[in-house]
Ligand binder design. Structure first.
Ligand code: SF4
Ligand code: SF4
Ligand code: SF4
Length: 508
């Protein structure tokens, strides 16, 4: 009531908190040394802050089954402290409803909805529950061992691509400020741990704009299915296939930049470099847990091989860097390798919500009007707001666009489309809050301020780029001249485009 004073740190309160912590720890596996959250765990921190040394309660771990059913996310229910944050992240932020609570009292458990394993639930593998979880009860499936084996294999040529949102956050993993690690220093670090070639997903982000921009123009001209949805966020693709299978024709047929890169590195790039594609081990470094699932989709083998052999998250690369003991403050930067390493500012901004749309508008404007776009900054598409919209006049044709980040925002736009009430021609959707900078594989954060810092760093990098329009990327031009010949042409369809499948989950 008015004027009431609540004391939160009296000896009684501290004692009560301590007892609750001791009770939680009495059910908790005491294996911090082997845990994915060792050193970054709220329970560890609290146990330390409250001087918990000897626990008066007897240790009794429930011995529940670990769930490794998805290629992206694992669950270790014994470590769950029943805070229910993951349920809120999944249901409120993402509107996926893959997790729920079962039983009552001491038997309460967080479980995939409808029982079974996570793979049987509507989970889209976005990894937002991993950010929400204070402990190691949910995490990304770690695959660093596979990378180390490939690096040690003299018959393998280990090639990496780096997604646009990774550079801005990787420094956070090694004690630097957000955005402070340059691309050149990042590339030098990757060479030190053993990568043979360091290329960039930004190259295929630029390529995506050429393919997707032309697809939009074709749909506008020829009366194709509109609004067209972007297709570069695999968590969003899973969501659309699960909850909106009737709208799959609205999705752009473009593969994500990761998968475009995968199919080109074992065809075009291998040929240009004179490397046997069978020897290439293609590793992508992604801000995203759903990318692990995307790379494992059976259709992603258009190069004649597995297009992407391994996907590692920003956090996994952070652990690898820490293990390697590299002093990043003293490390001299190196350039990226050629033929799929050049990129523009338009590709850099793919990492933030609204970036794909802005990059597309920079190119589509010039293609349609034939005029030079003087100011490339479409400020209206930027920022962390859940749904943004804009109108662009292309010489008399007004194109209406919308942008959503976070799947509960996507759901609002999709319901509008399903009801036939959408005024838009083109919709960008990113599954994660803020876009890829807030991806499920990024350094753990719950704060929007951190997401905004990462976004700011992305636009600073864009401003620094000498070329800021995808269609001006010189290596992309060479790719079309020598190999693809034209956007949406035969080779493009073979290597860069895909199709989608309704998930038909029985309980949806
Ligand atoms: S969740 Fe935290 S407290 Fe539990 S084992 Fe892992 S690091 Fe230790
Ligand atoms: S990965 Fe995403 S969809 Fe799956 S349980 Fe976690 S929050 Fe839900
Ligand atoms: S967020 Fe983690 S600890 Fe909390 S209920 Fe979910 S799984 Fe358990």
């Amino acid at each position: 009531m008015e004027g009431m004073v609540v004391k939160t740190r009296t000896p009684k309160v501290i004692e009560a908190r301590k007892t609750i912590l001791e009770l939680i720890l009495a059910h908790h596996p005491q294996d911090c040394l082997n845990c994915i959250r060792n050193g970054n765990c709220e329970l560890q921190d609290l146990a330390n802050e409250y001087f918990i040394r000897d626990n008066p309660f007897t240790l009794k771990v429930r011995g529940l089954k670990k769930d490794y059913s998805t290629p992206s996310i694992f669950r270790d229910p014994d470590k769950c402290v029943l805070c229910r944050r993951c349920i809120d992240a999944c249901s409120v932020v993402q509107s996926v409803h893959a997790l729920g609570l079962e039983n009552r009292g001491v038997h309460s458990m967080v479980v995939p909805t409808m029982g079974g394993d996570l793979i049987d639930s509507p989970c889209v593998m976005c990894g937002q529950c991993v950010h929400a979880c204070p402990v190691g009860a949910i995490g990304e499936v770690e695959e660093i061992d596979k990378l180390l084996a490939a690096i040690a294999d003299p018959d393998k040529v280990v090639v990496t691509q780096i997604a646009p949102a990774v550079r801005t956050a990787i420094g956070e993993e090694v004690g630097m400020k957000t955005g402070d690690m340059s691309m050149e220093v990042f590339a030098a670090g990757l060479r030190q741990v053993g990568f043979d070639y360091v290329l960039h997903t930004n190259f295929t982000a630029d390529l995506t704009i050429l393919e997707e921009g032309n697809e939009l123009l074709q749909r506008l001209k020829e009366g194709g299915t509109l609004p067209m949805f972007t297709s570069c966020s695999p968590g969003w693709i899973n969501f659309c296939e699960t909850y909106y299978p009737d709208l799959l024709d609205n999705l752009s047929t473009c593969k994500s930049p990761q998968q475009m890169f995968g199919s080109l590195v074992k065809t075009y790039w291998a040929d240009k470099m004179g490397i046997d594609p069978a020897k290439i081990y293609s590793v992508s470094i992604m801000p995203c847990t759903a990318k692990k699932f995307e790379a494992s989709r059976p259709e992603m083998n258009d190069s004649g091989y597995r297009d992407v052999d391994l996907v590692l998250t920003t956090r996994e690369i952070g652990r690898l860097f820490r293990m390697s003991g590299i002093d990043f403050d003293k490390l001299a930067g190196t350039n990226l390798d050629s033929w799929m390493g050049a990129y523009t500012g338009a590709a850099v901004i793919f990492g933030a919500s609204g970036g794909v749309m802005e990059a597309a508008l920079r190119t589509v404007y010039e293609v349609v009007t034939g005029r030079n776009l003087k100011d490339v900054n479409f400020e209206v598409t930027r920022g962390i707001t859940g749904i943004k919209e804009a109108e662009v006049d292309l010489d008399g044709t007004v194109v209406k666009v919308a942008i959503a980040n976070g799947l509960s925002n996507a759901r609002k736009l999709m319901d509008q489309v399903r009801a036939g009430e959408s005024p838009y021609h083109f919709i960008e959707i990113m599954a994660c809050p803020g876009g890829c900078i807030g991806g499920g594989g990024q350094p753990i954060t719950k704060a929007n301020t951190k997401r905004v810092e990462r976004i700011d760093s992305i636009y600073v990098e864009d401003e620094k780029c000498a070329i800021r329009k995808s269609h001006e990327n010189p290596e992309v031009k060479t790719l079309y001249d020598e190999f693809l010949h034209e956007p949406l042409g035969h080779k493009s369809h073979e290597l860069l485009h895909t199709h989608y499948h309704a998930k038909n989950k029985k309980y949806l």
